[in-house]
Structure formats: structure tokens, C-alpha cells
Design a protein around this ligand. Structure first.
Ligand code: NG1
Ligand code: MG
Length: 391
């Protein structure tokens, strides 16, 4: 059976109750932001390419209230937080806020530092159902939830939602030290119920793709429960390879490269590793565009094929899969009714996403469990809405 996710309202009730116990009064601001699953378009965001994620029913909820003394106090209940789940710091000039320990608080501090104005001190409780380190964007959910909380608290919003996503990406770069692309913050902000989001990471133009006639099909997320280590050098190394390839080709980014350019790299005796990384990016950008067309046409067979090709390219060319992810993907593909399966997120661990017929869900889960050496968790991914205030 797939794990049942609590409804956002029950997460909110829990957060409100903890707030009342902790701070002896009622919270008045309640917001949430979702995690996401990327359906296709992996390691393309920082290459100015296309991505096709959807927002999940997994959410980070923040409830709180501003007050007149000088200290902001945050209490967090999520699996990201180790032993220290309470944190306080001096509110005031946002330019004075610096990253430090505990690490989880840096996402929050980074958002306050990158907000459009100074905010008063506040008390807050954070409760999240987005698993951490699983490639489902727990970090973006925390950032976007924080930013949304600050918007509601201050009554001020940036002119465009893009600026919110960019401010949170900057928080992740500067405060968490993760040089991530823009996909996660965008989908957590702009997710729409029933839609996937095609995002052009070059000019930040978005297109909502309706997931029509999905009735008989469903996306299944499988958490390998082998956490990925993102800030680990592997992500940065891949990024540097791509930038190097673009530089050799005299292009601004690999978005401007095509298969001929891959041949150019080969003819110039560029290292095989760089050629393969570039080839993944070039082919993945095209696959993502093709997948968006297939989804729009409800051509799920084609969508599934493209998911399979994406995984194979991530495994063989980009070299970011793991034996756990490969084994989950192979097991899924063995079941009749499965149209496609791939790793999702940065790789090295985390989750897979599988497109399959609804009536094949139970036997697919059973088969994947039987074939997998570890203990996986399963979630049905329904396309959900982006961050908002909850009244
Ligand atoms: P995950 O692994 O889901 O956190 C990371 C990046 C994305 C993107 C993907 C690969 C972070 C926070 N996010 O996602 O921007 O580059 O890898 O497609 O690093
Ligand atoms: Mg993350």
C-alpha cells in the first residue's frame, strides 16, 4: 500500500496546537508550501533548459504570530531537524542576518535576509510532511513556506511571484551553500492543482500543462530511503562539467547546444566524461519538450518511454544514479501496466517516479518491495497547488 499523506488541514491543526502549547497563545498566520516531484528534465535547470515538475500533497506548514520583543523563536517538527529543533535569533535589520548553526535554520534566516523588507520578531512552529534528502524539495518547501509566511506577516509581496522564487533560490545558495537551479522554488510557488509546470529556466517563462485524462494512470513515487547528499561534491562537479562544455563550445549554456555540438566536443578530444554530461543535458532538454507535448495530448505511452530514456541517460551519461535507484526502476519496469520509471531529483539516492496504470499499483508495489534490498516507501503523486495562506 502507498503511504497515506495527512491532509494539509490536519498538519495545520497539529502546528496550531503545538504553537499554543509552546507559546501560550494562538497563532494568527498560517501558510503552507508544497514539495515537488520532477516528472522529467533532470539536471537541466542550471543549464538554462526545461523542467517539468508538479507540486505534491506533501507540505511544509508554518504557523506563527509577530510580537513586540526582539527575538524571533522557531520550533520545528520535521525529519530535517536533528536534535536541536528550537532556535532563536535577534530580529531587526535583515542585512545583519548571517548563516550559522543549526543548519536547518539557515533556510529560514536566508529567506528573512532576502525578503523585500525587514520583518518584526515572531514566534513560529513549522511542521513538514515532505521527506528530507529524498529529492522531493523539502528545502524549497521550507524556503517558500517561510517567504509566504513573511508576506502574510508583513502584508508585503514582491511585484511578481518570480521574484519570490529567485529570492528563495538566493537564500539556498548563500545561506545553505547549495548551488541549486531555479526549478524547486518555482514549482513550490506556482504549482496548480491538476497541472504539471513546464518551466523554461532560461527566461523563466512557464506553461501550465493540464494532466487531463490521467484517470486510468497515476504517478507513483518510491523513496529508496537512501538519502542523497546534495551539497556533496558530485552535484557541483556535474555542474562544472556542463559549464566547461558550454565554454569550450563558445555558448552561454548547454541550452544553446545540439547533437552536432556533441560531435564537435568529440572531435576536439574533450574528455569522455564531459562529452557524456553534455550529451545528457542536450538530449534531456529535448525529451522534456517532447514529454510536455505528450502529456498535453494525453499520450501516456510516449510519456513513459521518455521517462525511461531519461533514467537511462542519467544512469549512463550523467552518472548520477545508484544501485538502489537502478534496482527500483528495473523492478518497476518489469510489471505489466508500468509505462515508465526513472530516478527523480539530483540522484545518488532519494526517489524514483513511475507512470503506471492505476490497476497495476498494488502489484507494482509488491514487486518493487520483493526485488529491492532495502525498505522503500510509496506515495501516490497527485498534482497539487502551490504555496498559499491557509485561512
Ligand atoms: P533535488 O535533488 O530534488 O533537491 C536538485 C536541485 C534542482 C535540480 C535537481 C536536478 C537543489 C536544492 N535542487 O534537486 O535545482 O538541479 O537537483 O534536476 O539542489
Ligand atoms: Mg533538496
Amino acid at each position: 500500500m502507498a503511504t497515506l499523506l495527512p491532509h494539509v488541514n490536519s498538519v495545520k491543526e497539529k502546528a496550531l496546537q503545538i504553537f499554543a502549547e509552546k507559546f501560550g497563545e494562538q497563532a494568527i498566520v498560517c501558510v503552507y508550501a508544497p514539495g515537488r516531484v520532477n516528472l522529467i528534465g533532470e539536471h537541466t535547470d542550471y543549464n538554462d533548459g526545461f523542467v517539468l515538475p508538479m507540486a505534491l500533497p506533501m507540505v511544509t506548514v508554518i504557523v506563527g504570530k509577530s510580537h513586540n520583543d526582539k527575538k524571533t523563536r522557531i520550533f520545528s517538527l520535521s525529519n530535517v531537524v536533528g536534535d536541536i529543533n528550537e532556535f532563536e535569533f535577534k530580529a531587526g535589520n535583515r542585512a545583519d542576518i548571517k548563516p550559522g548553526e543549526p543548519k536547518w535554520a539557515n533556510y529560514i534566516k536566508g529567506c528573512i535576509a532576502n525578503f523585500i523588507c525587514d520583518v518584526p520578531a515572531f514566534n513560529a512552529v513549522i511542521v513538514s510532511t515532505v521527506p528530507a534528502g529524498a529529492g522531493l524539495s523539502s528545502s524549497a518547501a521550507l524556503e517558500i513556506a517561510t517567504y509566504t509566511f513573511l508576506e502574510t506577516l508583513s502584508g508585503k509581496k514582491p511585484e511578481k511571484p518570480e521574484l519570490k522564487a529567485l529570492a528563495c533560490q538566493k537564500a539556498e545558495h548563500d545561506f545553505a551553500g547549495v548551488p541549486c537551479g531555479i526549478m524547486d522554488q518555482f514549482i513550490s510557488t506556482m504549482g496548480k492543482e491538476g497541472y504539471a509546470l513546464l518551466l523554461d529556466c532560461r527566461d523563466l517563462i512557464t506553461k501550465q500543462i493540464p494532466m487531463l485524462h490521467l484517470d486510468n494512470y497515476v504517478f507513483l513515487i518510491t523513496n529508496s530511503n537512501t538519502p542523497h547528499k546534495l551539497s556533496s561534491s558530485a552535484y557541483c562537479e556535474r555542474r562544472d562539467c556542463c559549464y566547461e562544455a558550454a565554454k569550450i563550445l563558445g555558448k552561454k549554456s548547454l541550452r544553446d547546444a545540439n547533437m552536432n555540438d556533441i560531435l564537435v566536443l568529440i572531435s576536439q578530444n574533450v574528455s569522455e566524461s564531459i562529452v557524456k554530461k553534455a550529451r545528457h543535458v542536450v538530449t534531456e532538454i529535448q525529451r522534456t519538450l517532447n514529454a510536455a507535448v505528450a502529456l498535453q495530448k494525453s499520450d501516456f505511452q510516449q510519456f513513459g518511454r521518455l521517462m525511461n530514456e531519461s533514467h537511462d541517460s542519467l544512469r549512463d551519461d550523467y552518472e548520477v544514479s545508484s544501485k538502489e535507484l537502478d534496482s527500483l526502476v528495473s523492478a518497476a519496469r518489469e510489471v505489466d501496466g508500468v509505462l515508465g520509471s526513472r530516478l527523480t531529483g539530483a540522484g545518488f539516492g532519494g526517489c524514483t517516479v513511475t507512470l503506471l496504470r492505476k490497476d497495476a499499483v498494488d502489484k507494482t508495489i509488491q514487486h518493487m518491495k520483493a526485488k529491492y534490498s532495502g525498505t522503500p516507501t510509496f506515495y501516490i503523486a497527485t498534482p497539487s497547488g502551490g504555496a498559499r495562506e491557509i485561512s
